[in-house]
Design a protein around this ligand. Structure first.
Ligand SMILES: Cc1ncc(COP(=O)(O)O)c(C=O)c1O
Length: 369
């Protein structure tokens, strides 16, 4: 279907940077620089300085960023790792792939880990916490890091949706042992395919992840130190990400402007709960997704789709209700409520103010009928 307001618009996104991206691709092709070349080093340097950490290691996905972080942190079979169910399945899958046990806690009304639920979930087997900064807003990292320090737990931030977001002035990914980013095309910084990265202030962890992503090979000596993985970020993707990262601060500003338009148009509707509007205070949110609670959610979704507005529902079935995953023993009322009540309105840098206004008026019309 050709939506009047699409959820993402990859074609227009590309056309607005066409000459820059084409030039970057040509440079890679002319140099024959496909794997682990200068553009990858440049991107890693630029990403580390953008986040405000010492090291970044480019990987082939956000999933691998979390998985390799857990391995580098020494997570092994028998360990427990605490995270949330209200996340993309990748977060939990990486714990299982290490042979560890996921322990799921509930989220708060802003969709992030409810830190008051954290301490009761800690056992002698607990080794790590994975906070997920969902929709471009950070978890309460002050309370979370205090608890982690008190219990000597590793923190691995799933910042796949939060590149550039801040809590108390500090950027997502810079609090924990590592921060994990995804460059899946629909993310605020998207590659033209899959991509991801780990950031860290630890030289040992950065080096371990560099080895893990490249089959345990020490490139300089040719020594193979252990069985690793193939999880390198392609040099071509890195070259494109170098170009796109320069635009990210402007894109974040535009996202926050659109969020403010939605806030002004929707916050007075009694049937809708909007997310906290953009502020400069404790939280600096980047609105990777604009998620609202809405009465009669399913009818509203159908109505908006019929109006030509592309709507996403993340996630209509809570992760712990998927039988195949073996997580049904968790009881997470807020996560379950969110699954029933929320929807994501389109918010991307290609949307015009007029399109956003059309979305607002369509929601208003639905409730005035
Ligand atoms: C919260 C979260 N965690 C992890 C991932 C996994 O990232 P990727 O798709 O790059 O593997 C994603 C992205 O899809 C995500 O949104």
């Amino acid at each position: 279907m050709n939506y009047k307001v699409p959820f993402v618009n990859f074609q227009l996104h590309y056309h607005r940077m066409e000459s820059e991206i084409d030039a970057a691709i040509k440079e890679v092709l002319n140099g024959g620089d496909y794997i682990m070349r200068q553009q990858l080093c440049d991107f890693e340097d630029n990403l580390a300085s953008f986040v405000g950490v010492k090291y970044a290691v480019g990987l082939n996905s956000g999933t691998d960023a979390i998985h390799l972080s857990l391995l580098a942190a020494g997570i092994k079979p028998g360990d427990e790792v605490i995270t949330v169910a209200h996340t993309f399945v990748a977060t939990v899958a990486t714990i299982v792939h290490c042979g560890a046990k996921p322990v799921l806690v509930d989220v708060d009304r802003y969709f992030n880990m409810d830190v008051t639920k954290l301490e009761p979930a800690i056992s002698p087997q607990t080794k790590a916490i994975i906070p997920v900064h969902l929709n471009g807003r950070l978890c309460d990292m002050e309370k979370l890091m205090d608890i982690a320090r008190k219990h000597n737990l590793v923190v691995i931030e799933d910042a796949a949706q939060a590149l550039g977001a801040r809590f108390e002035g500090q950027k997502a990914g810079s609090f924990g042992l590592t921060g994990c980013f995804s460059f899946y095309p629909a993310k605020v910084l998207g590659s033209l395919g899959d991509g991801g990265a780990v950031v860290t202030n630890s030289s040992e962890i950065a080096e371990r992840i560099r080895l893990l992503r490249d089959h345990g090979q020490q490139r300089a000596t040719g020594d193979i130190l252990f069985y690793g993985y193939n999880s390198r970020l392609d040099n071509l993707q890195a070259a494109i990400l170098v170009v796109k990262l320069k635009h990210l601060p402007d894109w974040i500003e535009r996202r926050r402007e659109l969020a403010m338009l939605y806030e002004k148009g929707l916050s007075d509707l009694p049937q809708v709960q909007t997310p906290p509007p953009p502020q400069e205070g404790h939280y600096f949110d980047i609105f990777t997704n604009y998620v609202i609670y809405a009465e009669e959610r399913d009818s509203l979704v159908d109505y908006l789709r019929d109006c030509g507005i592309e709507i996403l529902v993340s996630w209509p079935k809570p992760m712990h209700h998927h039988e195949a995953l073996g997580l049904e023993h968790f009881h997470l009322p807020e996560t379950e409520r969110i699954s029933r009540e929320v929807l994501s309105l389109p918010l991307n840098t290609e949307i015009s103010n007029e399109q956003a206004q059309f979305v607002i008026e369509s929601v208003q019309k639905f409730y005035s009928k």
